[in-house]
Design a protein around this ligand. Structure first.
Ligand SMILES: Nc1nc2c(ncn2[C@@H]2O[C@H](COP(=O)(O)OP(=O)(O)OP(=O)(O)O)[C@@H](O)[C@H]2O)c(=O)[nH]1
Length: 225
C-alpha cells in the first residue's frame, strides 16, 4: 500500500511545476470523499464561481460510467472539451492513488488540447474514508464529507478527514432533518486537523462555496508565485 500521505502530511505542491516546454503547468486539485457526499456538485459550483476568471478543466472518475462528467456537461458548467471522464473499472482509489496513469494522461491531454490552463479539478469516484490522492497526481486535495453520512465521521478520522488540505462538510442544510450536530462535527474536525482548514458548506443553501473558491484562489496564488 502507498502510504506517502500518512508519512508526509498535507502540503505543498509537487516539484514538477513546469511542462516539458518550460511553461507553468496547471495547478491540480483533487476532490475525494464518500459516495454521494457532494463531490460533483462541489466541482460544478467551483466551476461556476471560477470560470470567468480562470482557465479551468475537470477530470472525473467513475467505475463503469461517465455519469459525473455527463452531469457536468448537462449543467454546462464548462465547455465540453474541458471535461474528461476516466472510467476506472476498479475501486476508485486505485486510479487516484496506486495506478494514476489514466488520470495523468487525462490531465496532460487537457493541457495539450485546451491549454494553457490555470487549474484542473480531478474528482475521484466515491470511496471510503481511507481514499486519498497520490501526490504524483494532484498538488492539493479537498475531502468532501456530508452531514447525512453521520455526525461521527470527523471523530472517526482517517487520512481524508485528518490530512486533506481542505475538509468540506457539505449538506449542512440537512443537519436538522437527519439529527446531525454541526457544532460537534466542526469541533471534532478541528481536533483531528489542528491548523488545517474546515469549511461548512450547503450547496442547496448556497453557503460555503465562496469560501471554498477563496481557498482555491489562495492555493493558485501560492502555486504561481
Ligand atoms: N440537500 C443537499 N443536497 C446536496 C448538497 N450537495 C449535493 N447534494 C445532493 O446530493 C446528491 C449527491 O451529490 P453528488 O454531487 O452527485 O455527490 P458525489 O459525491 O459526486 O457522488 P458520487 O460521485 O456518486 O460519489 C445529489 O442529489 C446532490 O444534488 C447540499 O449541500 N445539500
Amino acid at each position: 500500500m502507498h502510504l506517502d500521505h500518512h508519512r508526509h502530511g498535507p502540503a505543498a505542491v509537487s516539484a514538477d511545476a513546469h511542462r516539458p516546454d518550460g511553461s507553468h503547468r496547471a495547478l491540480r486539485i483533487g476532490l475525494g470523499g464518500p459516495v454521494g457526499s457532494g463531490k460533483t456538485a462541489t466541482v460544478a459550483a467551483l466551476c461556476r464561481e471560477l470560470r470567468a476568471e480562470l482557465s479551468l478543466a475537470v477530470v472525473t472518475n467513475d467505475i463503469y460510467t461517465r455519469e459525473d462528467a455527463e452531469f457536468l456537461l448537462r449543467e454546462a458548467v464548462l465547455p465540453p472539451e474541458r471535461i474528461t471522464a476516466v472510467e476506472t473499472g476498479a475501486c476508485p482509489h486505485t486510479a487516484i492513488r496506486d495506478d494514476i496513469s489514466a488520470n495523468l494522461e487525462a490531465v496532460e491531454d487537457l493541457e495539450d488540447t485546451v491549454g494553457p490552463l490555470d487549474l484542473i479539478l480531478v474528482e475521484s469516484g466515491g470511496d471510503n474514508l481511507t481514499a486519498t490522492f497520490s501526490k504524483g497526481l494532484v498538488d492539493a486535495q479537498i475531502f468532501v464529507i456530508d452531514v447525512a453520512g453521520g455526525d461521527d465521521i470527523p471523530r472517526k478520522g482517517g487520512p481524508g478527514v485528518t490530512m486533506a488540505d481542505l475538509l468540506v462538510v457539505n449538506k449542512t442544510d440537512l443537519a436538522p432533518h437527519v439529527g446531525s450536530d454541526l457544532a460537534r462535527m466542526a469541533a471534532d474536525a478541528k481536533a483531528q486537523r489542528s491548523e488545517l482548514p474546515v469549511i461548512l458548506q450547503s450547496l442547496r443553501g448556497g453557503s460555503g462555496v465562496a469560501d471554498v473558491a477563496a481557498w482555491v484562489r489562495e492555493r493558485l496564488a501560492a502555486w504561481t508565485a
